[in-house]
Write a protein that binds this ligand. Structure first.
Ligand SMILES: [Fe+2]
Length: 577
């Protein structure tokens, strides 16, 4: 079988299966552990995904010819040690699943790849360009030991002796020319125990965001919330003092990482202090990224394409500033730049290096970001079974679900929209979405209080047809922003249409939708335009705060039962309360 498998055993654990049997580009499925375990950002070996993989790719564990790759980046542990920690659990689980062969194959066929190289290969899989600069920036990558183990994957003059297990990948820059990646530069961060005694942090762009998320929300995964909070703050210092300011803030309370929330459970004035930290940090982040990108352009004046990946590529405010600055002609962010994409990077590394495929640029309009389990496609067709599950509710068949959905949205209703395979990564792209009219007064508050149960300072995103985005947002005409990775300013005259999705700083995180990438969702937005006059829809992920995006029909039922949502579209079925 022409299959390669990649595994991410860090946070946001996942298994990616790339199958080249009937598809030259590879039929790709990314099984995210959290979608099955319901533990958000779940780490360690993603055992929970295995039954699904077994059901969908029946022979995946059976032959010894598979190409397995795995990524590990923990202090002091190599890949094997990391698996050993879990060995008891996972061996038992595999036995009960009759998948014992898997551990044998895995142990004999592992290739260790550094975290940043996986990010880079994940970006390479989706790269629409023959040539580009790829910037990988995140909280923390692999340590020096993992890097040294896989050193022959890199072409670099750097002396590996200089890096140790106390040094971590911070920013890695690659030159992509067709299917090959050449490391241009790698910045190493040093483990700073005073910043974080039990989770590794270093002097890096992403690490500071991680530290701020922990400091403010007692959750180091909440960098996105810090970005949203920044609109409410003021920059607290001159540019040359930014670094010192942030360090001194984080040092003020040595126990900040032990779960004490600065914001939300504290007196009100802490909101201001939290927002000021967030604003100062965002300013620091933007300044650093802009100067990095300018330097890269100066070093590679003939290259017009820039790809940003790693968790820092989720900073949609900075991404939009970079687009507006026009330093590079094109900026592309892949659909899974954060750690959900690590397993894909590992699998694609094996595919290319194992001769299973060849690189070819992947035009954005052809890309498929809906990489969740494939079994849902047949489950959505089984109407009798769905009716059985939803027997407490009214269920009706809709030959064209977009018509009824658009009518409800334009009447000011919120709908749950569950179609096809799920999106890879943490945001909705129109297959697992809650949708509403972005001009409907009070919608955001209702969503916050009764459906999503989340903080009221956080903004919502908006989907818009690709060809119309520039009429509502300050973005270049026909610029592709299909993955909610950019937050341009809302055009002043159009603000009244976007009251529920315009943030305090007048930005809005947008998704440009094309008929090539998601025909059904595109048709829905066109129907909304037909009724309201504008191809705009508020789009937020179909989940409750703190829980993963819905994966299965069972999940949809549990959500519908426990929430105040009144309308649910499951494929061609409309379910109402
Ligand atoms: Fe990462």
């Amino acid at each position: 079988m022409k299959i390669s498998v990649g595994v991410n055993v860090g946070h946001d654990a996942s298994i990616a299966v790339l199958n080249y049997e009937n598809d030259a580009r590879g039929n790709l499925v990314v099984y995210e552990a959290e979608r099955f375990s319901k533990i958000k950002h779940q780490e360690y070996f993603p055992i929970q995904a295995i039954p699904q993989i077994m059901a969908e790719v029946k022979d995946v564990w059976k032959t010894p010819s598979h190409n397995f790759a795995i990524c590990c980046n923990e202090i002091g542990t190599t890949v094997k040690e990391r698996l050993f920690i879990q060995k008891k659990d996972y061996t038992q689980a595999l036995k009960s699943l009759r998948a014992e062969n898997f551990s044998k194959i895995l142990n004999n066929n592992i290739t260790d790849i550094s975290h940043h190289l996986c990010h880079a290969y994940s970006a390479l899989y989706f790269s629409p360009y023959e040539e580009a600069i790829i910037v990988v920036a995140d909280g923390v990558g692999s340590n020096g030991d993992v890097y040294k183990e896989s050193l022959n994957d890199y072409s670099t003059d750097e002396q590996p002796e200089k890096v140790t297990k106390k040094n971590f990948e911070s920013i890695s820059i690659y030159h992509q020319k067709n299917g090959s990646l050449t490391l241009i530069e790698k910045t190493w961060g040093e483990y700073l125990p005073y910043l974080q005694p039990d989770i590794f942090l270093n002097h890096g762009l992403g690490s500071y965001y991680t530290a701020a998320a922990n400091y403010i929300f007692a959750n180091w995964h909440e960098a996105g919330k810090v970005m949203g909070l920044s609109a409410f703050g003021e920059n607290q210092c001159h540019d040359d003092k930014l670094f010192e300011y942030l360090e001194s803030e984080f040092k003020k309370e040595r126990n900040i990482y032990k779960g004490q929330k600065l914001f939300n459970e504290q007196p009100k004035n802490d909101f201001k202090r939290s927002a000021d930290i967030a604003k100062t940090l965002q300013h620091y982040f933007e300044k650093k990224m802009i100067s990095l990108v300018k330097k890269l352009k100066a070093d590679f004046p003939l290259i017009e394409n820039l790809i940003l990946t790693g968790g820092c590529a989720l900073n949609c405010l900075t991404n939009s500033i970079l687009v507006n600055n026009k330093i590079f002609k094109n900026i592309y962010i892949p659909p899974c730049p954060n750690d959900e994409g690590i397993s894909l990077g590992a699998a694609f590394y094996k595919s290319l290096n194992g001769g299973l495929t060849k690189f070819r640029p992947y035009p954005i309009q052809d890309q498929n970001p809906f990489l969740g389990s494939q079994r849902i496609l047949t489950e959505l067709e089984n109407h009798n079974k769905i009716k059985e599950i939803f027997n407490d509710y009214e269920v009706s068949y809709q030959a064209d679900p977009t018509q009824r959905a658009a009518e409800l949205i334009c009447d000011g209703e919120l709908i749950a929209w569950f179609q096809g395979r799920s999106e890879c990564g943490p945001r909705a792209l129109g297959n697992r979405s809650i949708l509403g009219l972005p001009s409907k007064q009070g919608l955001k508050n209702y969503l916050n209080q009764y459906i999503k149960c989340r903080e009221d300072f956080r903004p919502y995103g908006c989907s818009v047809t690709k060809e119309d985005a520039h009429r509502y947002f300050e973005s270049p005409k026909d610029y592709e922003m299909p993955y909610m990775s950019f937050a341009p300013k809302v055009i002043e005259q159009q603000k009244h249409l976007l009251t529920q999705v315009t943030h305090l700083d007048n930005t809005c995180r947008i998704q440009t939708v094309s008929k090539e990438q998601n025909l059904l969702y595109y048709q829905l937005i066109k129907k909304i335009e037909g009724i309201s006059g504008h191809p705009l829809v508020l789009n937020t992920s179909l989940n409750i705060m703190g829980q993963p995006i819905l994966e299965s029909i069972k999940d949809a039922h549990a959500f519908f039962q426990s929430s105040k949502m009144k309308h649910l579209f499951l494929g061609n079925l409309y379910i109402s309360k």
